[in-house]
Design a protein around this ligand. Structure first.
Ligand code: SF4
Ligand code: SF4
Ligand code: SF4
Length: 241
């Protein structure tokens, strides 16, 4: 049965338990960081940090808000990263039939152009290991899920922000919570829910949380995201409002 995450950012306290649990389960090394005036640590995702709680201070309705966004791969239903990788090395990125997990295999190290899948991602997720050349990102904790357990980040979340289950069940939960939250926060949305398996509920404009909170096609460069998406996928949009 296809799976999905529902991430209710309205409940997140930024404790970062999910971030630590992800590192611990994958035996990923710590990332050296320095204080740059924010509690966000490290500053970005990297090849050994698949989950990052992003912190954003923004003024909304003349009040300062601290917005938290537990960033990770969205496990797209038609993943642009895979469509680009398939043109280079077949089997480098696969989709697990049972869960819908988009899984990066060791063959990603054989990609002649690893920047292709990286730049095709509308959520700015994949990162390259400079030592092995492998691409890395959230693997849905497939080993846990295949053994009847929840992903590590969901298991440890103490607030109910992180939810995981059958796709339809998570979509229903997202719609129900959105209806509740909209009573007091009319601008609330769930980002891009028909295109992936990781639904974020946000009380305010997604752009206030993070520039890639919802799909972006605006990053220029040798592998311009807009042209990639035009070639390999359908346009993304916010559907639950
Ligand atoms: S564990 Fe839950 S509450 Fe803590 S930062 Fe992660 S999503 Fe937020
Ligand atoms: S979010 Fe990015 S890395 Fe994850 S499946 Fe979609 S395109 Fe690939
Ligand atoms: S599902 Fe697993 S790999 Fe993905 S962010 Fe959560 S703990 Fe990390």
């Amino acid at each position: 049965m296809p799976k999905a995450f529902f991430i209710d950012t309205t409940k997140c306290t930024a404790c970062r338990g999910c971030q630590v649990a992800c590192k611990e389960w994958h035996n990923n090394p710590a990332t050296e960081t320095k204080q740059v005036g924010t509690h966000q640590n490290p500053q970005d995702l990297n090849y050994s940090t698949y989950k990052l709680v992003r912190f954003s201070e923004k003024e909304v309705d003349n009040k300062l808000h601290w917005l938290f966004f537990a960033d990770q791969c969205r496990h797209c239903i038609v993943p642009p990263c895979k469509e680009v990788a398939d043109m280079d090395v077949e089997g480098a990125i696969i989709i697990d039939e049972e869960t819908g997990c988009v899984y990066y295999t060791e063959k990603t190290a054989e990609l002649s152009d690893p920047e292709g899948p990286i730049m095709a991602c509308p959520y700015n997720i994949p990162r390259k290991d400079p030592n092995s050349n492998r691409l890395a990102k959230c693997d849905m904790c497939l080993d846990r899920v295949q053994n009847g357990m929840k992903p590590a980040c969901v298991q440890v979340c103490p607030t109910g922000t992180m939810n995981f289950g059958d796709y339809e069940e998570m979509k229903e939960l997202a719609q129900k919570r959105l209806a509740e939250v909209k009573k007091t926060r009319p601008a609330a949305v769930v980002g891009d829910p028909d295109y992936h398996r990781c639904f974020y509920l946000m009380e305010y404009d997604p752009g206030l949380y993070y520039e890639y909170a919802v799909a972006s096609a605006d990053v220029p460069g040798p592998h311009d995201r807009r042209s990639m998406l035009a070639n390999v996928s359908r346009p993304f949009k916010v559907l639950f409002t």
